[in-house]
Design a binder for this molecule. Structure first.
Ligand code: F6P
Length: 323
């Protein structure tokens, strides 16, 4: 292959730029070139791309977001649109495509490969850490560390005033950010979509710890918890305990910012390996992280599995350690 394309798709995550940089520089070091599609599959459909050479990806390893933009493209769901885009890609001299995103993006990538014969490679990039076949996804570590920073600061106020804080973190369908943030942030409780009917238990646990004299309470709520977001959970629990509380929704603060060492490292390996796979003629693979190593995983297996469950043992651990 002489020329590859790359795009970032779905929600952005810190570390995506590091993946772009690594993929581009791997490609150029082997005498090939790289096109960067603008705004994910939307740019792919419109043949809207820029040339990414070594200099174009300079000074980005430390930047959050993605320099080529991202989107959740609807047009790409249409098989005819995909066919037209694949034909256009070939006439632009692009021989294969790297997709950085979540499993929805990989479904699109696989359709492109199976229906239109486009060689594809995936890199799991989403703060939600919910891609099958990878222990972690690019952006997750930074997002959890960002949430932790906020919780450490909120705790100062909680200790000073005795108010209870309900902190909402991202994760519409995944409790991974909430669980890791809760344990690492010393939270008094955590609510996630994967464990239902937990509010009653939380109320009793908080009642007991208040009566033992505990002054600071942080409760982490995943946005997708079935009891509702932090506002509804806070209202229900605050009323049940007749205790003053405040709500903080961290929102997109978690999606941006300087990637951690871990996200930069994992992204750099994944970018280099995804480019390497395509240049060496291997297609339909995702570069996942398993047991501390970056490995090739068949994309067909990734998309045929449900989202992996987060480590629900962290739920008990947070409770056990809450004091
Ligand atoms: O990409 C993952 C994610 O950040 C989820 O955690 C969150 O629910 C969703 O994206 C928010 O999406 P949007 O930015 O489109 O509102």
């Amino acid at each position: 292959m002489k020329r590859l394309g790359i795009l970032t798709s779905g929600g952005d995550g810190p570390g995506m730029n590091a993946a772009l940089r690594a993929a581009v520089r791997t490609v150029t070091s082997r005498g090939a070139t790289m096109a960067g599609y603008i705004d994910g599959f939307a740019g792919f459909v419109e043949a809207n791309f820029v040339e990414l050479d070594d200099r174009a990806v300079g000074n980005i390893i430390q930047r959050g977001g993605t320099i080529i933009g991202t989107s959740r493209s609807q047009a790409f769901l249409d098989p005819q649109v995909r066919e037209r885009a694949a034909t256009q890609m070939r006439s632009d001299g692009i021989d294969g495509l790297i997709i950085v995103g979540g499993d929805g993006s990989f479904r699109g990538a696989l359709a492109l490969q199976d229906e239109c014969g486009v060689p594809v490679a995936g890199i799991p990039g989403t703060i939600d850490n919910d891609v099958w076949g990878s222990d972690e996804t690019i952006g997750f570590d930074t997002a959890v560390n960002t949430a932790l920073l906020a919780i450490d600061q909120i705790r100062d106020t909680s200790v000073s005033t005795g108010m209870m804080f309900f902190v909402e973190v991202m994760g519409r369908t995944s409790g991974a950010i909430a669980l890791h943030t809760a344990v690492a942030g010393g939270a008094a409780g955590v609510l996630v979509p994967e464990a239902t009917d937990q509010t009653g238990r939380l109320v009793e646990q908080l009642r007991a710890s208040i009566s033992r004299g505990k002054r600071s309470h942080i409760i982490v709520v995943a946005e997708g918890d079935e009891a509702g977001g932090a506002f509804s959970v806070g209202a229900a629990v605050g009323k049940a305990l007749n205790h003053p509380y405040r709500v903080v929704v961290l929102g997109h603060i978690q999606r941006g910012g300087r990637p951690t060492m871990r996200d930069r490292l994992v992204a750099s390996e994944a970018g280099a390996m995804a480019a390497g796979a395509l240049l060496e003629g291997r297609t339909g693979v995702m570069i996942g992280r398993q047991g501390g190593r970056s490995v090739e995983v068949p994309l067909s297996e990734v998309v045929s599995h449900q989202h992996p469950q987060p480590n629900l043992a962290l739920l008990q651990l947070a409770q056990q350690l809450s004091g």
